[in-house]
Design a protein around this ligand. Structure first.
Ligand SMILES: *Cc1c(COP(=O)(O)O)cnc(C)c1O
Length: 259
């Protein structure tokens, strides 16, 4: 069938995203924004404190045209290759791309060409290579430093003890524009354990900002826990499935080691 966007939807597309993905995405987006507003109200925070980063991983490029039509122009992608393919396919749209997952040093040359922000900075090697390639491109990049707050071996990010020494040297990479810290909380039904991860990131931010004044933001919270994250101080929530529906792929593809 043909939508007003003249994008052909396959039976699989319709099964996953419905007959009119723009309407579905707009409704989901509104619901998430309302819940963000309520969480802000509950925790006495101004609405402007919290930004939503829609996470588009596994949503095919042609479907993202409907997301754009629904008013979404900030796309977060976990994997660089997937982001690059989509960016190429959607080059006619004014989209801001954020890479939110682990990045191998040999992929740095690609990210610096199109990404606006990188959320998973966790090594000097990566910082060095990013800075060098950005310098060559004459570009800057917003970065978040990823911290492993759950202690799980499957999660990327700096050990909390290594954060301050890392932050102390960030100014050596002038093309990187540090924004704050990022974490993935533990995947657990025990909300107290999840909140403990958020609280740890907040405490670490309070210390990091005394060393680097630009590290003010907390990026934490996903579809299952963004309201709790906001109550614990989140400034950027990264939400995928609550907007685009459940992912067909197993999450272990994006988070190796996860069961
Ligand atoms: C996929 C992903 C998210 C969003 O997860 P949802 O469950 O779809 O909300 C957030 N952060 C990172 C790093 C991700 O890879």
């Amino acid at each position: 069938m043909t939508s007003p966007l003249k994008v052909d939807l396959s039976p699989e597309d319709i099964a996953r995203f419905g007959n009119d993905p723009t309407v579905a995405f707009a409704a989901n987006l509104k619901a998430v924004q309302e819940r963000i507003a309520e969480a802000c109200l509950r925790s006495g925070r101004p609405l402007g404190d919290v930004r939503l980063l829609p996470v588009t991983k596994t949503v095919p490029a042609h479907i993202l045209r409907f997301a754009f039509a629904a008013g979404i122009s900030d796309f977060g992608e976990n994997k660089l290759q997937e982001a690059r393919d989509k960016q190429t396919a959607l080059a006619d749209l004014a989209i801001r791309w954020s890479i939110i997952g682990h990045l191998q040093t040999n992929k740095v040359k690609y990210i610096v060409r199109f990404a606006s922000a990188f959320y998973a900075l966790d090594s000097f090697r990566l910082a060095e290579e990013l800075n060098r390639r950005l310098e060559a491109q004459g570009r800057d990049l917003d970065v978040f430093v990823q911290v492993n707050t759950s202690g799980e071996a499957s999660k990327y990010g700096l050990h909390p003890d290594d954060l301050l020494p890392f932050v102390e040297r960030l100014s050596a990479y002038p093309r990187l524009k540090p924004q704050g810290l990022m974490t993935l909380a533990i995947f657990s039904a025990d909300t107290e354990r999840v909140r403990a991860c958020f609280r740890l990131l907040r405490r670490l931010r309070d210390r990091a900002v005394t060393v680097h004044p630009d590290l003010t933001q907390l990026s934490m919270g996903m579809s299952g826990d963004y309201e709790a994250a906001i109550e614990e101080g989140a400034n950027v929530v990264r939400v995928g499935q609550a907007i685009f529906g459940k992912r067909p792929t197993d999450d272990s593809f994006y988070w190796p080691g996860l069961m």
